[in-house]
Design a protein around this ligand. Structure first.
Ligand code: ARG
Length: 457
């Protein structure tokens, strides 16, 4: 493969550690697209003949359809996708194939291929997140008034609506999409033509190949072009944050479906059983979304560690950039799709939610707010008075609204019957009308605005 300089074959172990075709074969479409752009540019610049370029282009098209149809034999001895394609091209068109590698190196080739690949991942992820948002918004509109307990410290805090809770994830997904879109902007420059590391003596047109491949411009520095993988790191960082969002949601589903909690149900479609315990209904999909997050973060960590000690320019270590990243991207894609499926599937247990929303004196803040509003009490005093009342109710083993008014008045004589009206969970959520608050009319307005936004995309 290396021509004149070598007289012996590589050791079997050398070949085994060096080979990357099992992973980089997934870059075949990008590799061929980049080669076609390169060959056309070489001809346009008078570096190879138009006839050679035509044959190279045709040969590459044949290879593309061979691989697409599963009729291509990948050879491990040829190391990677670049050598496999070039060697097959020589079989197909003869010596002209050898002109394709003029003014380029596998270093700029692989950097170009992987940028194109990650760009596709970014676009697919954005579309998948948009579907996830659509599912959330649909369900939020359906449940804008469904009261559920809101938690802090996993203790019942204040009533919220199920729709409001779902809309929180719409916002998170929007920021995730923004991060992926930002990464795409920085990624979208072409390394092609940087050659091995120093550029080339041939009069190539990097602007032309960049344009042909949908890049905004060529990368400005040849050393940087072949040796950075920050576009993968940035995408994996955004993917990790996104996966953490999904994982938190998945954890909530695991908690909510526990018989101890029972706030939601998943249908048989998103539930598994046990091989020994006939009664079991396990939220495996949610658990696996939680676990896939480990793979995504693992991929990010793995590549950060690969890159951290590498001097410029290309080092073979960088061949290890693809496997973990591809696995991480696949894990995220599956996690997004599984969460979208669960969002569409989930059924809130509305009676249980409503009852749980009122447990644990969840409307105590509403009573304190009433004291502030009606009796003009400073909030700190109202908090103290309400705390005493909650204490009495807890001692009597009753809910706040079940405590006789007389007992409340023993703590604060000015409390009137009106105060009892604010103690229901419905009136509590209805009162939270501040911007971004959980009031059903807010939730409905937010969901409708998002629906419009998503339809316009
Ligand atoms: N298979 C290699 C990779 O993925 C391609 C670049 C090889 N370049 C080299 N100088 N050995 O990184």
């Amino acid at each position: 493969m290396w021509g004149g300089r070598f007289t012996d074959r590589p050791d079997a172990i050398m070949e085994e550690i060096n080979v990357s075709i099992d992973v980089d074969r997934h870059l075949y479409a990008q590799d061929i697209a980049a080669s076609k752009a390169h060959a056309a540019m070489l001809a346009a610049q008078g570096i190879i003949t138009a006839n050679d370029a035509k044959n190279i282009g045709k040969g590459l098209d044949t290879i593309l359809s061979e691989i697409g149809a599963g009729k291509f034999t990948f050879k491990r001895a040829l190391e990677d996708i670049h050598m496999n394609v070039e060697s097959r091209l020589a079989e197909l068109i003869g010596p002209a194939a050898g002109r394709l590698h003029t003014a380029r190196s596998r270093n700029d080739q692989v950097a170009t291929d992987f940028r194109l690949y990650v760009r596709d991942v970014l676009d697919e992820t954005d579309a998948a997140l948009a579907s996830f948002q659509r599912a959330l918004v649909d369900r939020a509109l359906e449940h804008a008034e469904t009261v559920m307990p809101g938690f802090t410290h996993l203790q019942t805090a204040q009533p919220v609506t199920f729709g409001h809770h779902l809309m929180a994830y719409v916002e998170m997904a929007a920021r995730d999409r923004g991060r992926f879109q930002d990464a795409r902007k920085r990624l979208n420059e072409s390394p092609l033509g940087a050659a091995a590391l120093a550029g080339t003596s041939f009069p190539i047109d990097r602007h032309a190949t960049a344009k042909k491949l949908g890049f905004d411009r060529p990368m400005a520095n040849s050393l940087d072009a072949v040796s950075d993988r920050d576009f993968v790191l940035e995408t994996l960082s955004a993917a990790s944050i996104c996966a953490v969002h999904l994982s938190r949601f998945a954890e909530e589903i695991v908690i909510w479906t526990s018989p101890l909690v029972g706030l939601v149900r998943l249908s048989d479609k998103f539930t598994t059983g046990s091989s020994i315990m006939p009664q079991k209904r396990n939220p495996d999909a949610a658990e696996l979304v939680r676990a896939k997050t480990g793979r995504v973060i693992g991929a990010l960590n793995g590549l950060l560690i690969v890159m951290k000690g590498l001097p410029l320019a290309y080092q073979k270590d960088m061949q290890e950039d693809k496997q973990g990243a591809m696995e991480g991207f696949a894990a995220l894609s599956l996690a997004i799709r599984a969460m979208t499926g669960m969002v569409r599937d989930i059924v809130p247990e509305q009676d249980r939610m409503r009852a749980a929303a009122g447990e644990g004196y969840a409307t105590a803040t509403d009573l304190a707010d009433w004291l502030v509003r009606t009796l003009k009490m400073p909030f700190r005093d109202a908090h103290h008075v309400t705390g005493k009342i909650v204490g009495l109710a807890a001692k009597a083993g009753v809910a706040l609204h079940e405590l006789p008014l007389k007992e409340m008045q023993a703590v604060e004589p000015k409390i009137s019957r009106d105060a009892l009206a604010v103690l229901s969970v419905e009136s509590s959520v209805k009162s939270r009308t501040s911007y971004g608050g959980t009031a059903p009319k807010n939730v409905r307005a937010q969901a409708k605005a998002w629906l419009k936004r998503l339809e316009k995309e």
